[in-house]
Design a binder for this molecule. Structure first.
Ligand SMILES: [Zn+2]
Length: 165
């Protein structure tokens, strides 16, 4: 009886180890794919699919790729991007969409809420639009010009509220 339970324990330990090993392998694969994407490499699966194409399909792949490249030259719209806070202003410049936001931190009794303003540049990156936080001084000049007046109004209103509370 004792022997049987020890055997079960062994099997459980082995299975747990195997699961951990598979998790690690999957994680490594995800990291590798991410790295190769950054380097601009085509994935093995994509290369195989392209090789399997007929000449007509290859021409369509080229046209489709061109369309996608063109799309990278356009800025995303408000409907493409994710706004996590309250949108205070928005503007586009070249291939980026810029948002000015204020955000609540979620901490109870926070006296500084909402925080901001934050300036986010959104740009297409494959299937999604990557947000990048910037300082006001790092924004391109036309965006600073567009965001300047709403920013000043916002900061004035904020400092007035601080004095009152
Ligand atoms: Zn807060």
């Amino acid at each position: 009886m004792l022997g049987a339970s020890a055997e079960i324990d062994d099997r459980v330990a082995w299975a747990k180890q195997r699961v951990a090993q598979l998790d690690q392998e999957r994680e490594n694969l995800v990291q590798q794919t991410r790295q190769e994407r950054k380097q601009g490499k085509l994935s093995k699966g994509l290369v195989e699919k392209i090789k399997a194409c007929t000449p007509t399909q290859l021409k369509r792949v080229i046209a489709f790729a061109r369309e996608n490249l063109k799309d990278y030259k356009k800025p995303p719209t408000l409907w493409d991007v994710k706004i996590y806070g309250r949108l205070l202003a928005q503007a586009s410049y070249k291939n980026k969409f810029y948002s000015m936001e204020e955000r609540k931190c979620g901490k109870p009794n926070c006296s500084k809420c909402p925080h901001g303003p934050y300036y986010i540049a959104h740009q297409r990156d494959g299937l999604y639009y990557r947000p990048k936080s910037l300082h006001f001084s790092d924004l391109p000049r036309p965006i600073r010009a567009a965001f300047g007046p709403p920013r000043n109004a916002y900061l004035q209103k904020r400092s007035a509220e601080r004095v009152r509370s």
